[in-house]
Each structure stands twice: as structure tokens, then as C-alpha cells.
Design a protein around this ligand. Structure first.
Ligand code: ACO
Length: 432
């Protein structure tokens, strides 16, 4: 923080307000407008929060202009190459990379919290078989608040840690149960001798009637995708978790709110939308038509997996995922190579198009992730669920940071009211 100020002058009264400027470790400085309404009687207006910092955070930083993403200071490329999802979870939650003993203890704790209460498992029977897995996962995660409420004192750091471990450990079990329910297959219980991603693969694909061999490439690809999706600072779902959590609500409910926000096609639902779009495009000869549709202001169609609120450059995660996409398709799901070829060609054509260049629209994290999921045999409706599993640690880390911050206040935005002015109630017989 600095003692530098910006001065704001009310053009009518001439009243002045000094706005304190805070300089962060990385990224643009922010102006503290907390005294604005009290001193000048006005609010700021920023729909979509494009220029508003809503909290102080030490977890993740994005430089959208340069296409840089760091978790706790570590570049995503280094974490993707050298780390594991479990280690990244520890890093996001604790702020530092773990020692071998810390990692072993954390890993052990996550592995031994994977089972969910049997009664919770029965909740799935209440859903119709064609319920979207995101709807089931949201509902069941929200229901966790009915199971662990008496041991969730959010002002106690030990309780917060138990919540964090439970949430991260149980979300794959809930996700896999949603999938099994949609197939009408029996749930597969977690096996604690398996790694995080191997366990998930087993719960998704194993059946009691035959042995199932976990493919190492599936485990490797999921671990990488989960590292890349683990956090992304104040995105829509994370801000939702923070806003819901700021009232002091049960943390499982706050996470359920985040899962709901993630589902939308402008956010985590885009990976599902990308595959639907590629299938609709069908073959390379149609790409031009779809690019024209995306550019047409009278057509609501957008190139899914393209564009980002923060990245005005290539999303660094998309580069890493594209490489893994090629590797996965060399090993499994070769029939999806056509989809990858189509995606690469679409990307190349869009990146050469004036419209996309001028608006800085580049592929985002979701452009290639769906092709990997598809090649691994994960159905389209589960793509956003996979994203939710990975992002759970980010939501939990932000929730913990917020709850532990003594400066945290309930989130309560203001508005620019443009409804009717004051008027008197008219009795029903006096209305036209
Ligand atoms: N296709 C065509 N045009 C686009 C696209 C796109 N994918 N994305 C943005 N644009 C255009 C808009 O029409 C707008 O044009 P205008 O200035 O002429 O009106 C301009 O680019 C800016 O777009 P906004 O919607 O204002 O940008 P915003 O930051 O609000 O939205 C978003 C970002 C939601 C990601 C948007 O780019 C989009 O809808 N992309 C497709 C969906 C998608 O891939 N979402 C995943 C994001 S990553 C994630 O959440 C994990």
C-alpha cells in the first residue's frame, strides 16, 4: 500500500475527495472509493464489475493483456509441468508449496474423507434419470449443509480446515454418483488407495460385474486439467461463493451457489457448448459460415470457447490443454481426432479474422478441454461437473481467505435505480 492519492472533484459543489491508491504486488493499482458516497453523495456504476476490485486476495493473479496466470506467485506453466493437482490444492489453501511430510499428510486426509454419508447417496434416487448432472451435484452439495452443520463453526480455523478437506475429498464421489444415477448403474464407492484422479476415473467407469483397468493417460490428463481449472481469481462462480459466504451462511451452501453460477454457458458451461458447436459445424467447409454468424450482431451465436473477460491474449491454459489434447488422442479416443482437427482449423481461421483480432478474442480454457473429456469417454453433460470438481479448491480457498479476513463485510452492491418515481397506491377500483 502507498500513501498516494487521486483527487476527485464534484463539478457542481467543488467538494474534493482524496481517494487512497493501493499498489498491489502484481497488476494495476486500485482506488479506495469507500468514502465516496459519504463525502460526495454518489455511487460508482460498473455493471459486470469490469473495473471493480471487490476484495483483497493473495491467491491467484491474472495478467490478461500478457496471458499470464499464477497461483500464489507460481506460473501455471511450471505447475502444469512439475506439480500435481493435490499439491496445487495444498498450495492454494495454504499459500506455500508443501514439504514432503505436509504433502503426505494432506494427501492422506483427502483420501480418507472421500466417502459420503449413505443417506446423502440416497438423495440421488429423488432425481429423474435424465436430470442434468450439474443440477444433481448442486442439489447434493447444498444438502451437505444438512449433514455437517453442527461441526461447521466458521469462526474456528480447525472447523474450516475440516470443511475444506471434506469438500475437496467428497466432490468427486458426488460427481461420479450423479453420473452413475443418470446411467442407472450402481454407485461405485471410493477406493482410498487410489490417487485423486484415479479414484474419480474408477468411480465413473467401473461396474461391479467386471474388473476395470484405469488408463494412466486418463489420470494424467485429468490431473493436468484439474491443475489448470483449480482457480481463476474473482471469476463469476468464485465471486458468487464469496458473496453468498459473506453473509456467514453454511459453507456447503456457499459452494453450491458457486456450482450454480459455474453451470452457465458464459462460464463453465462453455466446454459443453464448444462440443455442441463443433458437432453442429460438422466439417471444415462450414467454418466460414459459423464465423460469419459469430460476427453478425443480429445473430445471438458466439464462437464458444472464444473470448474472455480478463484475457485479451491467448489464455495460457488453452495452450497447455491443446498439447495434452494431441497426446490423449494419440492414445485413446482416436475417433475424436476429427473434432480436434476441426477445432484447430476453426481457431486458425478465427485468429486471422479482423473481427476477432480487433476485439482480442482468443481461445479460452474451454476450447480444447471438452475434446479431452470426450476422448476419455466422459459424456458432454459431465464436462461442467469435471470443471466444478477442479474449481472446488479455488472456491474453498477464497471462502477461507474471506472468512479469516477481519476486514470482510457482507457483500451488498448498490444500484442505479431507473424505475418509477414515488407515487401513491391506487385502490383496485380506481385503476384503468
Ligand atoms: N464470439 C463472437 N463475438 C464475441 C465473442 C465470441 N465468443 N466473445 C465476445 N465477443 C464480442 C462481443 O459481441 C462484443 O462485441 P461488441 O463490442 O461489438 O459488442 C465484444 O466481443 C466484447 O464481448 P463482451 O461480451 O462484452 O465481453 P465480456 O467480457 O462481457 O464476455 C465472455 C466474456 C462471456 C467469455 C464472452 O467472450 C463469451 O460469451 N464467450 C463465449 C463463451 C465462453 O467461451 N465462455 C467461457 C469463458 S472462460 C470460463 O469462464 C471458464
Amino acid at each position: 500500500m502507498t500513501d498516494k492519492h487521486y483527487t476527485l472533484i464534484d463539478p457542481e459543489s467543488g467538494a474534493e475527495l482524496q481517494l487512497k491508491r493501493y499498489d498491489p504486488t502484481l497488476g494495476p493499482s486500485v482506488l479506495d472509493i469507500g468514502a465516496l458516497y459519504g463525502k460526495l453523495g454518489v455511487f460508482t456504476h460498473d455493471p459486470g464489475f469490469g473495473a471493480t476490485s471487490c476484495c483483497e486476495s493473495n491467491i491467484t493473479f491474472i495478467d490478461g493483456e500478457k496471458g499470464v496466470l499464477v497461483y500464489r506467485g507460481y506460473p501455471i506453466e511450471q505447475l502444469a509441468e512439475h506439480s500435481s493437482f493435490i499439491e496445487v490444492c495444498y498450495l492454494l489453501l495454504h499459500g506455500e508449496l508443501p514439504t514432503p511430510a505436509q504433502l503426505a499428510a494432506f494427501d492422506e486426509s483427502i483420501r480418507t474423507h472421500t466417502m459420503i454419508n449413505e443417506t446423502l447417496l440416497r438423495f440421488f434416487n429423488g432425481f429423474h434419470h435424465d436430470a442434468h448432472p450439474m443440477a444433481m451435484v448442486t442439489g447434493v452439495v447444498a444438502s451437505m449443509s444438512a449433514f455437517y452443520h453442527d461441526s461447521t463453526n466458521i469462526s474456528d480455523p480447525a472447523d474450516r480446515e475440516v470443511f475444506a478437506h471434506r469438500m475437496i475429498a467428497k466432490i468427486p464421489t458426488i460427481a461420479a454418483a450423479a453420473y452413475k444415477h443418470s446411467l442407472g448403474q450402481p454407485f461405485v464407492y471410493p477406493k482410498n488407495d487410489l490417487s485423486y484422479c484415479a479414484n474419480l476415473v474408477n468411480m465413473l467407469f467401473a461396474v461391479p460385474s467386471e474388473s476395470y483397468e484405469i488408463k494412466p493417460i486418463a489420470v494424467e490428463a485429468l490431473d493436468l486439467l484439474f491443475i489448470l481449472h483449480a482457480d481463476h481469481e474473482q471469476n463469476c462462480s468464485t465471486s458468487t461463493v464469496r458473496l453468498a459466504g459473506s453473509s456467514g451462511t453454511n459453507p456447503y451452501s456457499a459452494i453450491a451457489a458457486g456450482i450454480s453460477a459455474l453451470w452457465g454457458p458464459a462460464h463453465g458451461g462453455a466446454n459443453e457448448a464448444v462440443i455442441n458447436m463443433l458437432e453442429e459445424i460438422g466439417d471444415a467447409s462450414q467454418i466460414g459460415k459459423y464465423i460469419a454468424k459469430a460476427k453478425d450482431k443480429n445473430d445471438p451465436f458466439r464462437l464458444m470457447g472464444f473470448g474472455h473477460r480478463v484475457y485479451k491474449n491467448y489464455d495460457p491454459r488453452a495452450t497447455i490443454i491443446r498439447k495434452m489434447c494431441h497426446r490423449v488422442l494419440e492414445t485413446v479416443g482416436q475417433e475424436n481426432a476429427v473434432l480436434l482437427e476441426l477445432a484447430v482449423e476453426l481457431e486458425q481461421l478465427a485468429l486471422k479474422d479482423e473481427y476477432f483480432i480487433e476485439k482480442n478474442l482468443y481461445p479460452n480454457v474451454d476450447f480444447y478441454s471438452g475434446i479431452i473429456y470426450r476422448a476419455l469417454g466422459i459424456p458432454t453433460s459431465m464436462f461442467t461437473v469435471m470443471f466444478a470438481i477442479a474449481r472446488t479448491v479455488g472456491w474453498v480457498a477464497h471462502w477461507q481467505e474471506m472468512v479469516a479476513d477481519p476486514k470482510s463485510r457482507i457483500g451488498r452492491p448498490r444500484q442505479l435505480y431507473n424505475g418509477p418515481g414515488l407515487r401513491d397506491y391506487a385502490p383496485i377500483n380506481k385503476r384503468d
